[in-house]
Write a protein that binds this ligand. Structure first.
Ligand SMILES: [Zn+2]
Length: 366
């Protein structure tokens, strides 16, 4: 009799604990379905520490989405000419993939398409190997980079109408998605300032919103044929003048009308770092799924988290499903981020923002 009661009690305790865990999971999922971090891939030397970071910092905070900025830091077999320094092997990638699988974290690898094909005075791998894809070949890379500059050079772009560019970048996209075993890919596409250049023989005179939307659609269609979803940053889809948001985190080059031209299943990462702009409402009202992406201002990230939860609570079912969640961003290399994060450097840092944002998410999701 006592034995039976004891085993029954154990079973009841087990069921209770399991139900509590499942209930907590469904509460946080209903409050914010997407809870993420966007960060560069580590160098090979930091892969094991990165796996520890996933196990000890991401999983306990209930992070379920990891945007990994890979670019050409992977040993692509399809395009060895594009492989950059410090590139991960397939075995190193699998260590990250397995850690994420264990904690049910969805990986979204990122390779910058269209824009961000150079940084400061350094041309990126794609345009170094294939200079014919350069949208602005007449803009020479400066010996020392300064902003502002006479060419308004921030980052180079590839020409979206070059007939040979997509075969190459899509082989890269397919390989990175296969390596990371994922059903979502992030194409970047932020801060594209060089687009439809007057001197480009293919793009000159074309509508920039149509050029931008055309490239988004082409990438989306390629991914959709493989049952994968396209993610992009949102800045080119916001009217920077009318909103006063400016030319970095919104568009001054007439691309914003593309918001009505792109397919509705493109996922938008809406980044605002200093001010909690209410732009998720803009995307959600256009039928696009959106997550807010803070960087290094903890107070802003906490407001943005509460905004996102409130948007979901006070919306129609049609809009609610579009407000997807929060994704913190880290723009330093992983080594510098780890120094800051584990060194508990005070103040406005991406590490403190990540901590504050997830403290708030987990408080609201209790
Ligand atoms: Zn062009």
């Amino acid at each position: 009799m006592i034995k039976i009661s004891f085993s029954k009690i154990l079973l009841l305790v087990f069921i209770f604990v399991q139900q509590t865990v499942l209930q907590a999971q469904s509460t946080i999922d209903s409050i914010l379905p997407v809870r993420g971090l966007s960060i560069a891939v580590p160098t090979p030397a930091l892969v094991d520490s990165f796996v520890t970071f996933i196990n000890q910092e991401l999983a306990p905070r209930r992070v379920n989405t990891l945007i990994l900025r890979v670019d050409y830091h992977y040993q692509y077999k399809s395009h060895p000419e594009l492989v950059d320094s410090g590139a991960l092997s397939l075995a190193e990638v699998k260590k990250i993939v397995n850690a994420c699988k264990q904690h049910k974290i969805r990986i979204v690898p990122q390779v910058n398409l269209l824009g961000h094909q150079s940084w400061a005075n350094k041309t990126g791998k794609l345009l170094t190997a294939y200079p014919q894809f350069d949208e602005t070949p007449h803009v020479k890379m400066p010996a020392t980079y300064k902003w502002p500059n006479p060419d308004s050079l921030y980052c180079k772009s590839y020409c979206p109408l070059h007939p040979d560019v997509h075969k190459i970048v899509f082989e890269v996209v397919d390989e990175v998605c296969n390596a990371f075993e994922t059903d979502a890919f992030h194409a970047g596409m932020d801060e594209v300032f060089y687009l439809g250049d007057d001197k480009c023989p293919r793009c000159s005179g074309k509508d920039k919103a149509e050029l931008f939307a055309g490239e988004v659609t082409k990438i989306r269609d390629h991914l959709a044929r493989r049952n994968r979803q396209l993610w992009i940053w949102g800045d080119r889809l916001i009217d920077g003048r009318t909103t006063g948001i400016g030319f970095w985190e919104a568009s001054f080059n007439n691309t914003h009308r593309a918001i009505d031209l792109i397919p509705k299943d493109v996922f938008i990462c809406d980044w605002h770092y200093e001010r909690p702009d209410k732009t998720p409402v803009l995307f959600a009202a256009k039928g696009l799924k959106v997550a807010t992406c803070p960087w290094r201002t903890p107070q802003t990230a906490v407001i943005q988290t509460n905004d996102m939860v409130a948007f979901r609570q006070h919306s129609t079912p049609q809009m609610r499903q579009n407000f997807q969640g929060m994704i913190g961003t880290v723009w330093a290399p992983v080594s510098a981020f780890f120094r800051e994060f584990y060194g508990k450097q005070p103040g406005n840092t991406s590490g403190n923002t990540f901590r504050a944002m997830f403290d708030e998410i987990n408080k609201l999701g209790k």
